[in-house]
Design a protein around this ligand. Structure first.
Ligand SMILES: Cc1cc2nc3c(=O)[nH]c(=O)nc-3n(C[C@H](O)[C@H](O)[C@H](O)COP(=O)(O)OP(=O)(O)OC[C@H]3O[C@@H](n4cnc5c(N)ncnc54)[C@H](O)[C@@H]3O)c2cc1C
Length: 412
């Protein structure tokens, strides 16, 4: 019996969420909240209601007016260029801070294209001593005893979304306070996110660890208390491990321990399969191109999306439901569950056309089908040299100037 089958995604949202639960009984976690309905329609709504003044004023605060667009960019519902064009047209120079954040995503993606699976190993020597501990159970259970960290773990597991500042604090706590191996922590963290993206995630963890930056990222209680509006600190009863001056924390966290050399980490990849002998050409819709406005989706060819366990076995149910919302907006895409290669073979496909991706898992899966990789829409036309790609500030000097002219502010 074939171990793949076609899905019929219900158009009714409530039914759709239930259907995905039935199709993926093993997927962990709770249902996707209403706030996170997937798809381009919702993405455009968010883009069109950004309050740019509030964003500029308070985006670093936990309750700040951030866009919560990351899951939509991650799944291709909206391109960075569309967002950048829209906010620059509407807000001019006021949009610089927001576009600077979009640029981080583009920057990490370019680094991912450049380094491939190299992003899973230390990019540079660490600037401080790092640890290689396993993730403690109290992290997995969200009972660290620290209300702030427990709150961030709850955000991660229940909502699938954590504010950028909280991601940085949490990553610093894991890597510098608990001395957990950054790669292990990054893999674990990514699995719970609605916007889980190997480029932005793993490279951000490396940045916190000081593996693609000139110093480690850490914080103190004062900064956390201020940016959270005392949300956690006001009721906290523990002896705060984050309390102290910058200098005192450097001494506490890194002391005299000498940093080691950069380490290589293991990467799991799918097994290679023989080249397909069929002739039909089809569009392969992967999880970075889920937009009804995608040019490939307008081509008069068969189109396939496959929930393949090589890619999705660790995804929580809410993320699968998010993807189902996105797929529901796409016309004429056959949605399957099973082994991509078996599905495409069974449908007589000999060649696929897909949007390019730096994700080598996807590339290897499609290798038997002579893939034609169509370039993705570029955020900017700038060619970025290898040297500029080593640090975001160098990249932004060029890209920011292209987008906003010579008096662009520096971003860190
Ligand atoms: C440890 C760690 C792990 C992360 N993992 C991911 C991840 O798996 N997927 C992911 O999309 N982002 C990741 N980020 C980046 C960032 O935290 C999220 O993109 C951001 O919090 C999304 O919220 P928002 O859409 O409200 O952001 P906004 O402030 O509204 O920003 C608009 C968009 O800019 C991009 N962006 C903003 N900040 C960053 C950043 N620092 N790096 C890259 N892109 C950025 C996002 O696409 C975001 O949607 C990670 C950051 C850290 C520190």
């Amino acid at each position: 019996m074939a171990n793949y089958y076609k899905l019929t995604i219900p158009s009714d949202r409530v039914e759709r969420l239930q259907y995905m639960r039935r199709m993926f009984p093993q997927a962990p976690g709770s249902f996707l909240a209403d706030e996170w309905r997937g798809g381009r329609h919702e993405a455009l709504k968010r883009l069109n209601t950004i309050d740019i003044e509030a964003y500029n004023r308070n985006r670093s605060f936990l309750n700040g007016a951030v866009s919560k667009l990351s899951p939509y960019f991650r799944h291709g519902c909206l391109t960075l260029k569309e967002a950048s064009d829209s906010v620059r047209y509407r807000f001019g120079k006021q949009a610089e801070e927001f576009v600077g954040e979009l640029a981080w995503r583009d920057y990490w993606r370019r680094v991912w294209y450049q380094l491939g699976d190299g992003i899973f190993s230390d990019i540079e020597d660490p600037k401080v001593a790092l640890g290689d501990k396993l993730i403690p159970d109290f992290i997995r259970q969200g009972i660290t005893g620290l209300p702030c960290m427990d709150g961030f773990i709850r955000n991660l597991m229940q909502d699938g979304y954590v504010h950028n500042h909280a991601r940085k604090w949490f990553a610093a706590y894991m890597v510098h306070w608990l001395k957990v191996d950054w790669r292990e922590a990054a893999d674990w963290f990514e699995n719970y996110l609605l916007d889980g993206d190997k480029g932005s995630n793993h490279l951000s963890w490396q940045w916190v660890a000081s593996l693609n930056s000139s110093r480690p990222y850490f914080f103190n209680k004062e900064s956390l208390a201020r940016h959270t509006g005392e949300k956690y600190c006001s009721t906290c009863k523990v002896n705060c491990p984050f309390d102290g001056s910058h200098e005192a924390l450097i001494e506490k966290l890194f002391g005299n321990a000498a940093p080691e050399k950069a380490k290589a980490h293991r990467v799991m990849l799918p097994v290679r399969a023989p080249i397909s002998t069929h002739r039909a050409v089809a569009i392969f819709v992967h999880d970075e191109m889920l937009s009804s406005a995608h040019p490939l989706l307008r081509k008069p060819m068969p189109k396939f999306f496959v929930f393949d366990e090589i890619l999705y076995s660790k995804w929580p149910i809410k993320r699968l439901q998010f993807v189902a919302d996105c797929l529901n907006e796409l016309q004429d895409v056959e949605v399957w569950i099973g082994d991509t290669r078996e599905v495409l073979q069974a449908r007589g496909v000999g060649q696929v056309i897909a949007q390019d991706t730096p994700n080598r898992q996807v590339k290897l899966l499609l290798e038997p089908f002579n893939p034609i990789w169509q370039p993705e829409v570029k955020f900017t036309e700038s060619e970025i040299s290898e040297k500029r790609l080593q640090r975001f500030s160098r990249y932004w000097d060029k890209v920011g100037t292209e987008l906003f002219g010579d008096n662009v502010s520096s971003q860190t």
